[in-house]
Design a protein around this ligand. Structure first.
Ligand SMILES: [Zn+2]
Length: 80
């Protein structure tokens, strides 16, 4: 099994919870790994959340841009 060290302090992360989820025909085990240092874990979590928001913003923007491109590529010209 792979071990993960904390991205912030480098301590080996401990298993917090694990659960199984069925996706289609395969079962996947999810394991939540947290830093043994509670304060450090809080900081890491808030950083991850920031990043997630940031990634979601980028994705939303690129989606919008793609929609605009599609609209611009096919300009509807009405000929009367
Ligand atoms: Zn840590």
């Amino acid at each position: 099994m792979q071990t993960f060290s904390c991205i912030r302090c480098g301590k080996e992360r401990i298993r917090s919870t694990s659960w199984k989820e069925k996706i289609g025909t395969s079962k996947i085990t999810y394991t939540m790994l947290i830093c043994p240092d509670a304060d450090c874990q809080k900081i890491v979590e808030s950083k991850l959340k920031e990043r997630k928001d940031y990634i979601e913003t980028i994705q939303a923007n690129s989606l919008k841009r793609r929609e605009n491109l599609r609209r611009n590529r096919r300009p509807r010209k009405k000929v009367h």
